[in-house]
Design a protein around this ligand. Sequence first.
Ligand SMILES: N[C@@H](CCC(=O)N[C@@H](CS)C(=O)NCC(=O)O)C(=O)O
Length: 208
Amino acid sequence: MKLYYFETINPQKACAVAKYLNSPVEFVRVDLAKGEHKTSAYLAINPNGKVPALVDGQVSIWESNAIMCHLARVAKSDLWPADGAKQIEVLKWLTWNSEHFTRHAGSLYFNYIIKPKFSLGEPDTKAVQEATGFVKQFGAVLDDHLASRAYLLGDQLTVADFAVSVTLPFAAKIHLPLDGFKNIARWQSRLEELPAWREPFPEIRAAA
Ligand SMILES: N[C@@H](CCC(=O)N[C@@H](CS)C(=O)NCC(=O)O)C(=O)O
């Protein structure tokens, strides 16, 4: 399998899960700064021109959530639970995350990290203000849920934990308004114990 990535949050989920599972993937870096995601060769793999993408035999999979689930399923790992009801629960959190929590936390990541990195101008004050309000609102839902659980599904770590937590390593830099959410902090400390969560990306080898 080949996993196409760059060091940004969506590929981060797929890379972290691949590393956690020790998946037999070849990591292929697609340099967004050089426009490598817009080449015809890459567009044949992911017509959206975005990372990550996974090629497994004849199949190309795009969307980081689908890639995480595929890697876990192939590895027969509980990161993608075998039980149907638990799969629905994972799907619920992945959807909630894309539609609500990381949708808005991702806006802060875009304004405070991506914009300066790619010289896209100053943070948009209105967008930042709006995203901050939503992260607080949905952060409270997450914090309440984690009050009595180690992970999103209870005792069992799943791909949903990798997805929902993806912006937490950047909390200070992107001004994530999560101060005071003690259960999220406890959950983050638990995830930080996982080397693959702390260091999701492969080392970049300097050219010889
Ligand atoms: N929903 C997609 C989002 C992928 C995405 O937006 N990737 C960003 C990097 S985090 C990207 O490739 N951006 C380049 C572009 O849009 O030109 C996923 O989860 O895989």
